[in-house]
Design a protein around this ligand. Sequence first.
Ligand code: TXA
Ligand code: MG
Length: 349
Amino acid sequence: MTAHRRSPSLTERLDVSYDGIHRAADLIKRGGVVAFGTETVYGLGALSTSRHAVARVFAVKGRPSFNPLINHFSSKERAFEEAVLDGPLGTLAQQLADHFWPGPLTLVLPRHPKSRICDTASAALPSVALRVPRGRAVQQLLALIDAPVAAPSANRSGRISPSTAAHVVEGLDGLIDAVLNTGSCAVGVESTVLDLTGDKPVILRHGGVTQDALEEICGPLSSPAPQPSSSSRPTAPGQLSSHYAPSLPVRLDVTSPRPEEAYLCLGNADQHVDSQQLIWNLSPSGDLAEAAARLFSGLHFLDHEGTRRGLKAIAASPIPAQGIGLALRDRLQRAAAPRSVTEENASDG
Ligand code: TXA
Ligand code: MG
Protein backbone atom coordinates (compact mmCIF):
# COMPACT_ATOMS: atom_id res chain seq x y z
CA MET A 1 0.00 0.00 0.00
CA THR A 2 1.39 3.42 -0.87
CA ALA A 3 0.23 6.74 0.51
CA HIS A 4 -1.21 9.24 -1.93
CA ARG A 5 -1.08 12.86 -0.88
CA ARG A 6 -4.62 14.17 -0.62
CA SER A 7 -5.56 17.78 -0.99
CA PRO A 8 -4.26 19.62 2.13
CA SER A 9 -7.80 20.67 2.98
CA LEU A 10 -8.61 16.99 3.61
CA THR A 11 -6.40 16.95 6.70
CA GLU A 12 -8.62 18.45 9.37
CA ARG A 13 -7.08 20.74 11.97
CA LEU A 14 -8.62 19.98 15.36
CA ASP A 15 -8.12 21.74 18.67
CA VAL A 16 -8.40 20.31 22.16
CA SER A 17 -11.98 21.49 22.66
CA TYR A 18 -14.74 18.97 23.46
CA ASP A 19 -15.64 18.90 19.76
CA GLY A 20 -12.05 18.55 18.59
CA ILE A 21 -11.26 15.59 20.85
CA HIS A 22 -14.58 13.86 20.04
CA ARG A 23 -14.01 14.35 16.31
CA ALA A 24 -10.51 12.87 16.58
CA ALA A 25 -11.85 9.88 18.55
CA ASP A 26 -14.63 9.36 16.04
CA LEU A 27 -12.27 9.41 13.06
CA ILE A 28 -9.95 6.86 14.70
CA LYS A 29 -12.86 4.62 15.74
CA ARG A 30 -14.01 4.59 12.12
CA GLY A 31 -10.58 3.43 10.92
CA GLY A 32 -9.02 6.84 10.24
CA VAL A 33 -5.46 8.02 10.84
CA VAL A 34 -5.15 11.03 13.17
CA ALA A 35 -2.02 12.64 14.62
CA PHE A 36 -2.15 13.77 18.25
CA GLY A 37 0.32 15.00 20.83
CA THR A 38 1.54 12.95 23.75
CA GLU A 39 4.00 14.07 26.42
CA THR A 40 6.86 12.71 24.26
CA VAL A 41 6.21 13.44 20.57
CA TYR A 42 3.20 13.53 18.23
CA GLY A 43 1.90 10.08 17.34
CA LEU A 44 0.17 8.90 14.20
CA GLY A 45 -2.84 7.18 15.73
CA ALA A 46 -4.99 4.41 14.30
CA LEU A 47 -6.88 1.42 15.69
CA SER A 48 -4.40 -1.39 16.43
CA THR A 49 -7.29 -3.81 15.95
CA SER A 50 -7.84 -2.86 12.30
CA ARG A 51 -5.52 -4.28 9.66
CA HIS A 52 -6.73 -1.65 7.23
CA ALA A 53 -6.02 1.28 9.57
CA VAL A 54 -2.62 -0.17 10.53
CA ALA A 55 -1.74 -0.63 6.85
CA ARG A 56 -2.48 3.06 6.30
CA VAL A 57 -0.12 4.03 9.13
CA PHE A 58 2.72 1.97 7.61
CA ALA A 59 2.00 3.45 4.17
CA VAL A 60 1.81 7.07 5.36
CA LYS A 61 5.09 6.72 7.25
CA GLY A 62 6.82 4.69 4.57
CA ARG A 63 7.74 2.33 7.40
CA PRO A 64 9.01 -1.20 6.78
CA SER A 65 6.41 -3.79 7.76
CA PHE A 66 8.86 -5.65 10.02
CA ASN A 67 9.06 -2.71 12.44
CA PRO A 68 6.30 -3.06 15.08
CA LEU A 69 4.16 -0.24 16.48
CA ILE A 70 3.55 0.85 20.09
CA ASN A 71 -0.04 0.45 21.33
CA HIS A 72 -1.49 3.26 23.46
CA PHE A 73 -4.14 2.96 26.19
CA SER A 74 -5.90 5.20 28.68
CA SER A 75 -5.13 2.91 31.62
CA LYS A 76 -2.84 0.17 32.86
CA GLU A 77 -5.80 -2.21 33.18
CA ARG A 78 -6.71 -1.79 29.50
CA ALA A 79 -3.06 -2.12 28.42
CA PHE A 80 -2.41 -5.31 30.37
CA GLU A 81 -5.44 -7.05 28.80
CA GLU A 82 -3.21 -7.48 25.74
CA ALA A 83 -0.24 -9.13 27.49
CA VAL A 84 0.73 -12.15 29.56
CA LEU A 85 2.09 -11.06 32.94
CA ASP A 86 3.68 -14.24 34.24
CA GLY A 87 6.54 -14.72 36.66
CA PRO A 88 8.95 -12.15 38.06
CA LEU A 89 8.98 -10.00 34.92
CA GLY A 90 5.18 -9.85 34.99
CA THR A 91 5.35 -8.61 38.58
CA LEU A 92 8.03 -6.12 37.54
CA ALA A 93 5.77 -4.89 34.70
CA GLN A 94 3.03 -4.17 37.26
CA GLN A 95 5.46 -2.26 39.48
CA LEU A 96 6.84 -0.24 36.58
CA ALA A 97 3.35 0.60 35.35
CA ASP A 98 2.29 1.70 38.84
CA HIS A 99 5.33 3.90 39.07
CA PHE A 100 5.69 5.40 35.59
CA TRP A 101 2.24 5.31 33.92
CA PRO A 102 0.84 7.51 32.65
CA GLY A 103 4.27 8.55 31.38
CA PRO A 104 7.03 8.07 28.80
CA LEU A 105 7.71 4.33 29.27
CA THR A 106 6.83 1.58 26.79
CA LEU A 107 6.80 -2.02 28.03
CA VAL A 108 7.36 -4.89 25.60
CA LEU A 109 5.61 -7.99 26.95
CA PRO A 110 4.55 -11.42 25.67
CA ARG A 111 1.37 -11.08 23.66
CA HIS A 112 -1.84 -12.46 25.21
CA PRO A 113 -3.38 -15.26 23.09
CA LYS A 114 -6.64 -13.26 23.04
CA SER A 115 -4.98 -9.93 22.25
CA ARG A 116 -7.05 -7.79 19.87
CA ILE A 117 -3.94 -6.14 18.40
CA CYS A 118 -3.63 -7.26 14.79
CA ASP A 119 -0.53 -9.19 13.77
CA THR A 120 0.58 -6.49 11.34
CA ALA A 121 0.70 -3.88 14.16
CA SER A 122 3.14 -6.05 16.09
CA ALA A 123 4.96 -7.19 12.91
CA ALA A 124 3.92 -10.80 13.63
CA LEU A 125 6.10 -10.88 16.76
CA PRO A 126 5.04 -12.91 19.81
CA SER A 127 5.30 -9.67 21.84
CA VAL A 128 3.38 -6.39 22.10
CA ALA A 129 4.61 -2.88 23.01
CA LEU A 130 2.28 -1.10 25.46
CA ARG A 131 2.20 2.46 26.70
CA VAL A 132 -0.10 4.73 28.71
CA PRO A 133 0.83 8.30 27.73
CA ARG A 134 0.47 11.34 29.96
CA GLY A 135 -1.54 14.43 29.02
CA ARG A 136 -5.14 15.52 29.51
CA ALA A 137 -6.14 15.55 25.82
CA VAL A 138 -4.48 12.26 24.90
CA GLN A 139 -5.97 10.57 27.97
CA GLN A 140 -9.46 11.81 27.04
CA LEU A 141 -8.97 10.73 23.45
CA LEU A 142 -7.83 7.22 24.37
CA ALA A 143 -10.64 6.81 26.91
CA LEU A 144 -13.20 7.75 24.25
CA ILE A 145 -11.73 5.30 21.73
CA ASP A 146 -11.52 2.54 24.38
CA ALA A 147 -9.43 0.23 22.17
CA PRO A 148 -5.68 -0.14 21.56
CA VAL A 149 -4.34 2.74 19.45
CA ALA A 150 -1.16 2.18 17.44
CA ALA A 151 0.83 5.41 17.31
CA PRO A 152 4.31 5.63 15.86
CA SER A 153 5.88 9.07 15.82
CA ALA A 154 4.03 11.20 13.27
CA ASN A 155 6.90 11.67 10.82
CA ARG A 156 7.94 9.96 7.61
CA SER A 157 10.16 7.00 8.47
CA GLY A 158 13.74 8.06 9.11
CA ARG A 159 12.98 11.78 9.42
CA ILE A 160 12.97 14.05 12.49
CA SER A 161 10.21 13.28 15.01
CA PRO A 162 7.52 15.95 15.49
CA SER A 163 7.11 17.79 18.79
CA THR A 164 4.51 20.30 17.52
CA ALA A 165 1.40 20.07 15.32
CA ALA A 166 3.20 22.31 12.80
CA HIS A 167 5.96 19.69 12.41
CA VAL A 168 3.30 17.05 11.68
CA VAL A 169 1.58 19.23 9.09
CA GLU A 170 4.93 19.98 7.45
CA GLY A 171 5.56 16.28 6.81
CA LEU A 172 2.11 14.72 6.48
CA ASP A 173 -0.41 17.36 5.35
CA GLY A 174 -2.84 15.79 2.92
CA LEU A 175 -1.79 12.25 3.83
CA ILE A 176 -3.75 11.83 7.07
CA ASP A 177 -7.33 12.52 8.18
CA ALA A 178 -6.66 15.03 10.96
CA VAL A 179 -4.19 16.60 13.37
CA LEU A 180 -5.28 17.24 16.95
CA ASN A 181 -3.23 20.22 18.11
CA THR A 182 -2.36 19.48 21.72
CA GLY A 183 0.47 22.06 21.84
CA SER A 184 4.19 21.35 22.19
CA CYS A 185 5.25 18.07 23.75
CA ALA A 186 6.58 18.56 27.29
CA VAL A 187 9.19 15.76 27.35
CA GLY A 188 10.23 16.10 23.73
CA VAL A 189 11.93 12.73 23.11
CA GLU A 190 10.16 9.41 22.62
CA SER A 191 9.32 6.95 25.38
CA THR A 192 11.92 4.62 26.80
CA VAL A 193 11.29 1.12 25.39
CA LEU A 194 11.92 -1.66 27.93
CA ASP A 195 11.83 -5.29 26.81
CA LEU A 196 10.41 -7.64 29.45
CA THR A 197 10.16 -10.75 27.27
CA GLY A 198 13.56 -12.31 28.04
CA ASP A 199 15.36 -13.49 31.17
CA LYS A 200 15.99 -9.95 32.36
CA PRO A 201 14.78 -6.46 31.41
CA VAL A 202 16.62 -4.80 28.52
CA ILE A 203 16.40 -1.18 27.36
CA LEU A 204 15.72 -1.20 23.60
CA ARG A 205 15.53 2.59 23.30
CA HIS A 206 16.56 5.34 25.71
CA GLY A 207 13.83 7.93 26.18
CA GLY A 208 11.76 10.02 28.53
CA VAL A 209 12.16 7.78 31.61
CA THR A 210 15.83 7.70 32.53
CA GLN A 211 17.86 4.53 33.04
CA ASP A 212 18.60 5.71 36.62
CA ALA A 213 14.88 6.00 37.40
CA LEU A 214 14.22 2.52 35.95
CA GLU A 215 17.14 0.99 37.83
CA GLU A 216 15.67 2.14 41.13
CA ILE A 217 12.94 -0.41 40.48
CA CYS A 218 14.59 -2.96 38.14
CA GLY A 219 18.17 -3.08 39.42
CA PRO A 220 21.10 -2.74 36.96
CA LEU A 221 20.02 -2.68 33.29
CA SER A 222 21.82 -3.25 30.04
CA SER A 223 20.97 -1.99 26.58
CA PRO A 224 21.71 -4.03 23.46
CA ALA A 225 24.51 -2.86 21.18
CA PRO A 226 23.13 -0.94 18.16
CA GLN A 227 22.78 -3.20 15.15
CA PRO A 228 24.33 -2.26 11.85
CA SER A 229 22.03 -0.44 9.46
CA SER A 230 20.43 -2.87 7.11
CA SER A 231 17.21 -3.28 5.20
CA SER A 232 16.69 -6.75 6.66
CA ARG A 233 14.63 -7.55 9.73
CA PRO A 234 16.51 -6.55 12.89
CA THR A 235 16.51 -8.91 15.90
CA ALA A 236 15.80 -5.96 18.20
CA PRO A 237 13.45 -3.58 16.40
CA GLY A 238 14.34 0.05 16.92
CA GLN A 239 18.07 -0.58 17.01
CA LEU A 240 18.94 0.38 13.45
CA SER A 241 21.32 3.29 13.34
CA SER A 242 19.97 5.73 10.75
CA HIS A 243 16.98 7.63 12.09
CA TYR A 244 15.86 11.14 13.05
CA ALA A 245 17.75 12.43 10.03
CA PRO A 246 17.55 16.06 8.96
CA SER A 247 18.36 16.82 5.31
CA LEU A 248 21.67 18.40 6.35
CA PRO A 249 24.43 16.08 7.61
CA VAL A 250 25.05 16.18 11.37
CA ARG A 251 28.49 16.42 13.03
CA LEU A 252 28.73 15.44 16.71
CA ASP A 253 30.65 16.69 19.79
CA VAL A 254 31.57 20.02 18.24
CA THR A 255 32.84 22.83 20.44
CA SER A 256 33.99 25.11 17.59
CA PRO A 257 31.49 25.08 14.72
CA ARG A 258 32.66 26.03 11.24
CA PRO A 259 31.19 29.16 9.59
CA GLU A 260 29.31 26.99 7.10
CA GLU A 261 27.59 25.02 9.88
CA ALA A 262 24.45 25.65 11.92
CA TYR A 263 25.10 25.09 15.62
CA LEU A 264 22.93 23.05 18.01
CA CYS A 265 24.44 23.87 21.36
CA LEU A 266 23.96 23.43 25.09
CA GLY A 267 24.82 25.70 28.00
CA ASN A 268 27.07 28.68 27.33
CA ALA A 269 28.75 27.03 24.32
CA ASP A 270 27.49 29.81 22.03
CA GLN A 271 29.29 32.60 23.92
CA HIS A 272 32.47 32.51 21.85
CA VAL A 273 30.76 31.82 18.55
CA ASP A 274 30.50 34.42 15.80
CA SER A 275 27.29 36.45 15.98
CA GLN A 276 26.55 35.52 12.32
CA GLN A 277 26.42 31.81 13.17
CA LEU A 278 22.99 30.18 12.94
CA ILE A 279 22.39 28.85 16.47
CA TRP A 280 19.76 26.94 18.43
CA ASN A 281 20.56 26.75 22.12
CA LEU A 282 18.95 23.63 23.62
CA SER A 283 19.21 25.08 27.11
CA PRO A 284 21.32 28.12 28.01
CA SER A 285 21.51 26.87 31.62
CA GLY A 286 22.55 23.36 30.48
CA ASP A 287 19.36 21.77 31.83
CA LEU A 288 18.97 18.39 30.10
CA ALA A 289 15.18 18.14 30.50
CA GLU A 290 14.81 21.53 28.81
CA ALA A 291 17.26 20.38 26.14
CA ALA A 292 15.18 17.25 25.44
CA ALA A 293 11.99 19.32 25.13
CA ARG A 294 13.73 21.59 22.57
CA LEU A 295 15.72 18.97 20.62
CA PHE A 296 13.41 18.14 17.71
CA SER A 297 12.26 21.77 17.31
CA GLY A 298 15.93 22.72 17.14
CA LEU A 299 16.74 20.11 14.51
CA HIS A 300 13.68 21.12 12.45
CA PHE A 301 14.61 24.81 12.70
CA LEU A 302 18.33 24.45 11.92
CA ASP A 303 17.63 22.08 9.05
CA HIS A 304 15.18 24.50 7.41
CA GLU A 305 16.95 27.71 8.09
CA GLY A 306 20.40 26.21 7.46
CA THR A 307 19.26 24.84 4.09
CA ARG A 308 17.69 28.18 3.21
CA ARG A 309 20.99 29.96 3.98
CA GLY A 310 23.01 27.40 2.01
CA LEU A 311 24.82 25.98 5.07
CA LYS A 312 26.55 22.61 4.74
CA ALA A 313 25.83 20.83 8.04
CA ILE A 314 24.47 20.93 11.57
CA ALA A 315 27.16 20.79 14.27
CA ALA A 316 26.02 19.58 17.69
CA SER A 317 27.66 20.31 21.07
CA PRO A 318 28.70 17.41 23.30
CA ILE A 319 25.81 16.19 25.49
CA PRO A 320 26.53 14.65 28.92
CA ALA A 321 25.88 10.88 29.06
CA GLN A 322 23.65 11.09 32.11
CA GLY A 323 19.92 11.08 32.81
CA ILE A 324 17.82 12.03 29.78
CA GLY A 325 21.13 13.05 28.12
CA LEU A 326 21.40 9.36 27.08
CA ALA A 327 18.22 9.74 24.99
CA LEU A 328 19.47 12.99 23.43
CA ARG A 329 22.81 11.44 22.56
CA ASP A 330 21.05 8.43 21.03
CA ARG A 331 18.83 10.65 18.81
CA LEU A 332 21.81 12.77 17.73
CA GLN A 333 23.97 9.72 16.98
CA ARG A 334 21.19 8.34 14.79
CA ALA A 335 20.77 11.72 13.09
CA ALA A 336 24.50 11.70 12.34
CA ALA A 337 24.67 8.05 11.20
CA PRO A 338 25.64 7.51 7.57
CA ARG A 339 22.58 6.84 5.49
CA SER A 340 21.58 5.53 2.14
CA VAL A 341 18.12 5.22 0.66
CA THR A 342 17.91 1.61 1.84
CA GLU A 343 19.02 2.46 5.36
CA GLU A 344 16.53 5.27 5.59
CA ASN A 345 13.70 2.97 4.62
CA ALA A 346 14.83 0.42 7.17
CA SER A 347 15.17 2.81 10.08
CA ASP A 348 12.70 2.68 12.93
CA GLY A 349 10.73 5.78 12.04
O1 TXA B 1 7.05 8.20 22.68
C1 TXA B 1 6.75 7.30 21.89
O2 TXA B 1 6.99 6.11 22.11
C2 TXA B 1 6.05 7.72 20.60
C3 TXA B 1 4.69 8.32 20.96
C4 TXA B 1 3.88 8.72 19.77
O3 TXA B 1 3.99 7.46 21.80
N1 TXA B 1 5.91 6.63 19.69
C5 TXA B 1 6.99 6.10 19.04
O4 TXA B 1 6.68 5.08 18.17
O5 TXA B 1 8.11 6.51 19.19
P1 TXA B 1 7.69 4.56 17.05
O6 TXA B 1 6.88 3.62 16.24
O7 TXA B 1 8.30 5.67 16.34
O8 TXA B 1 8.73 3.72 17.86
C6 TXA B 1 8.35 2.45 18.36
C7 TXA B 1 9.57 1.72 18.85
C8 TXA B 1 10.37 1.22 17.67
O9 TXA B 1 11.72 1.33 17.99
C9 TXA B 1 9.91 -0.24 17.60
O10 TXA B 1 10.87 -1.03 16.96
C10 TXA B 1 9.74 -0.57 19.06
O11 TXA B 1 9.17 0.58 19.61
N2 TXA B 1 8.81 -1.70 19.26
C11 TXA B 1 7.47 -1.73 19.06
N3 TXA B 1 6.96 -2.96 19.29
C12 TXA B 1 8.00 -3.74 19.67
C13 TXA B 1 8.13 -5.11 20.02
N4 TXA B 1 7.09 -5.93 20.07
N5 TXA B 1 9.37 -5.56 20.33
C14 TXA B 1 10.44 -4.72 20.32
N6 TXA B 1 10.38 -3.40 19.97
C15 TXA B 1 9.18 -2.93 19.65
MG1 MG C 1 9.79 7.26 15.55
